[in-house]
Design a protein around this ligand. Structure first.
Ligand code: UDP
Length: 485
């Protein structure tokens, strides 16, 4: 019987891709020892991209197989947050977890189950079967420190963090953080995701280990705080395995023809272009889009800007539905009049999607305006591109604080109180700071040193290689589970 590692991602293509990358990483070093089985929910969170991605991985990577749960009809409640709905959907799928693990163990010896950080409700179920159970966190060690510290803060206040506009949290390993800049699902104490996160924090202490997509050289302060036990004040801290940077293969998703923006970058001078992209879901109101355009025009910098369609609800700054036609809008309609024409010699605006990893690695790109999503941060660090930090959602405000204050690899934009609007003048100032100042050169130098550390982490004796080897050793030699007996 072959040893297997079972991965369980939360629904949605982003979670699936991160988990599959983790599987591929394990196989890249331990292909002969383990096979990878991915458990998958089936329901309304799926998009057509999910099916084609699964097909492609099944065809190209035979050691990864997918075990799909039966389709579960689910109607999202309009009164709950997107995340709370996802938690609800996952807990409805809980009965599938032990059933599937039992079934899989007839053909494989399951050495470990690795859960997405959203799949907390499956934790007691996998653990209950005696299987070593780990979490994989696709966010920063700083965010992990904040989650581990959550039960301590929970006892200090009875209010929702969103209602504490002047309160500053002092979380071990992080710079002082406004309560309103905490990870988004934690802001509302009344929301199910707050309590789920609290439970996640408690489960993290009990799990067999946390695999996290970072590396020792990137976040030494947060990692030290976790391993020293400063984040868990009343119990043991989990073992943390830093196995990053884990970056989706740039070539894999590239279309067969070269993207126009890469051909355009080929024509630009070295390190001269500032790239603006706000993740897979970040989109702005029409007013904010116009202001970004004004800032770009006033700055005189060369730019490549990926623009998503403005959200239906202009206040949300996010495309809510994953199955959305991103390029079904007219650029001329949302840009200031004449902007595209006036900047055509030094700027390119792309509707919807650009191959970000390839763009960041292009030698013409000298700066990155980012929403501080953790994948984007790791991709910028690995390409040695300094950043302007413009956080929107999730744990991005926390990431910004760490990037600007601890790591000193980004300049932050100032956002208006309340609606977090950024003026064109502010963007212009930050772009010039990034591209044409001593401060920008310092950031570049620092990020280049960190980029070397990222490469170092995966060398033979590197920290991430060692962490993964330690895990593989545990999985190979520990008792494992005896489900099939
Ligand atoms: N991405 C991309 N092109 C785009 C927008 C996003 O390739 O136009 C990729 C980006 O390289 C990253 C991921 O989508 O790997 C976004 O992940 P991140 O954690 O930065 O942000 P999220 O989308 O989760 O907010």
């Amino acid at each position: 019987m072959k040893d297997a590692i079972v991965l369980y991602p939360a629904p949605g293509i982003g979670h699936l891709v991160s988990m599959v990358e983790l599987g591929k990483l394990i196989l890249s070093r331990y292909d002969c020892e383990f096979s990878i089985i991915v458990l998958l929910t089936t329901g309304p969170f799926d998009s057509p991209a999910t099916t084609s991605y699964i097909d492609r991985i099944s065809q190209t990577t035979s050691s990864i197989s997918f075990h799909r749960f039966p389709y579960l009809p689910f109607t999202a409640s309009p009164t709950l947050s997107r995340l709370a709905n996802m938690f609800e959907f996952l807990s409805l799928n809980d009965y599938n977890v032990p059933q599937s693990l039992q079934q899989l163990s007839e053909a494989s010896s399951i050495r470990a189950v690795i859960l997405d950080s959203f799949c907390t409700s499956a934790f007691p179920l996998a653990r209950g079967l005696g299987i070593p159970t780990y979490f994989f966190t696709a966010f920063s060690a700083a965010a992990l420190a904040a989650i581990l510290y959550l039960p301590t803060i929970h006892k200090q206040t009875t209010k929702s963090f969103k209602d504490l506009p002047t309160t500053v949290f002092h979380i071990p390993g992080l710079p002082p953080l406004l309560a309103t800049h905490m990870i988004e699902p934690l802001l509302d104490r009344e929301d199910r995701s707050y309590h789920q996160s609290l439970q996640f924090s408690l489960d993290l202490r009990k799990c067999d280990g946390v695999l996290t997509n970072t590396f020792d050289g990137l976040e030494p302060v947060a990692l030290m705080a976790i391993t020293n036990g400063e984040c868990v004040t009343d119990g043991p801290s989990p073992s943390v395995y830093c196995i990053g940077p884990l970056i989706a293969d740039a070539g894999e998703d590239a279309p067969t023809h070269k993207h126009d923006c890469l051909s355009w970058l080929d024509q630009q001078p070295s390190r001269s272009v500032v790239f603006l992209c706000f993740g897979s879901r970040g989109s702005f109101s029409r007013e904010q889009v116009k202001e970004i355009a004004n800032g770009l025009e006033r700055s005189g910098e060369r730019f490549l800007w990926a623009v998503k369609s403005p959200p239906a609800d202009e206040k949300r700054k996010e495309i809510r539905d994953e199955i959305v036609v991103w390029d079904d809008f007219d650029l001329d309609d949302i840009m200031p009049e004449g902007f595209l024409d006036r900047t055509k010699d030094r700027g390119m605006v792309v509707k919807s999607w650009v191959p970000q990893v390839a763009v960041l690695r292009h030698q013409s790109v000298g700066g990155f305006v980012t929403h501080c999503g953790w994948n984007s941060v790791l991709e910028a660090v690995s390409a040695g591109v300094p950043m302007v930090a413009w956080p929107l959602h999730a744990e991005q405000h926390l990431n910004k604080a760490v990037l600007v204050e601890n790591m000193k690899m980004a300049i932050g934009v100032e956002q208006r109180d309340g609606d977090r609007f950024v003026s064109g003048a502010e963007l212009e100032r930050r772009l010039k700071g990034l591209m044409d100042s001593e401060e920008g050169r310092d950031l570049r130098e620092r990020i280049n040193k960190t980029r070397e550390m990222a490469v170092e982490a995966w060398r033979e004796e590197g920290s991430s290689t060692t962490a993964l080897a330690k895990l593989a050793d545990i999985w190979k030699h520990d008792q494992g589970c005896k489900l099939a007996d």
